[in-house]
Design a protein around this ligand. Sequence first.
Ligand SMILES: NC(=O)CCC(=O)C(=O)O
Length: 263
Amino acid sequence: MEYAIYQMDVIVANPQANREKIKQWFETDVTSTNIDTVVLPEMWNTGYALDRLESIADDDGAVTIPFLSDLAKKYQVNVIGGSIANRKQDGIYNTSFVFNRLGELVHQYDKIHLVPMLDEPKYLKGGCDKGEFFELDGVKMGIVICYDLRFPELIRSLVLQGAEVIHVVAQWPASRRTHWHYLQFARAIENQCYMIAANASGRCDGTDFAGESLVISPSGEAIATGPARQEATIQAEIMLEDVRKIRNEIPVFTSRVPYLYGE
Ligand SMILES: NC(=O)CCC(=O)C(=O)O
């Protein structure tokens, strides 16, 4: 499966301009190649303009769902739609939407863990549905959003449901770029799964985002790394048989003792 990650420099507080950027990116970077799946970063509609979300968040995906669905259909690619600021009845969530090549919405997920360091709990509501896997092209996968990466239980639970590929969509600050790297590698190695991590570049209210998007194999090798702090497209091919291979070589999942972990 061939991936393209949009390491996007999100325009702060301008959803229309960000949709235009994404449309343009599909035209230039998705048409000419054999891409199966594209991945966008976190909060690509508004960036971290949290104090302005009341007026710029989408309304339960009203604009974003048809926008991403049309792109998936037009280019016949799966779309891991990053995440957006998304108003629901009881507040604004940080929501991901995933589409298959037919443009069908196959999954949605609200970020569970809100980031105190970026003031998210003041402006956003945290999701309370447990992460569930979805399937694209017959492959079981999962998605988490940025700070969720720090909670190994969430990713382990997706992998125990059968996910072989975990997507992390993010706006991860450059100041904590070492955590970004080590945590991604740890999650790949401990779960023997692919990690596909799409980070934003650019800056918002004095915070620089790291870029350095990553594709990591189930044995913990970096297959692709995006440049630091600049917009880029990262392309990589993943081989699902590598998941089976490493799980046979180092049978972590048969060595587990679930009753000792309270499962
Ligand atoms: N957008 C985020 O969730 C950032 C997470 C972060 O800064 C961290 O975990 O550190």
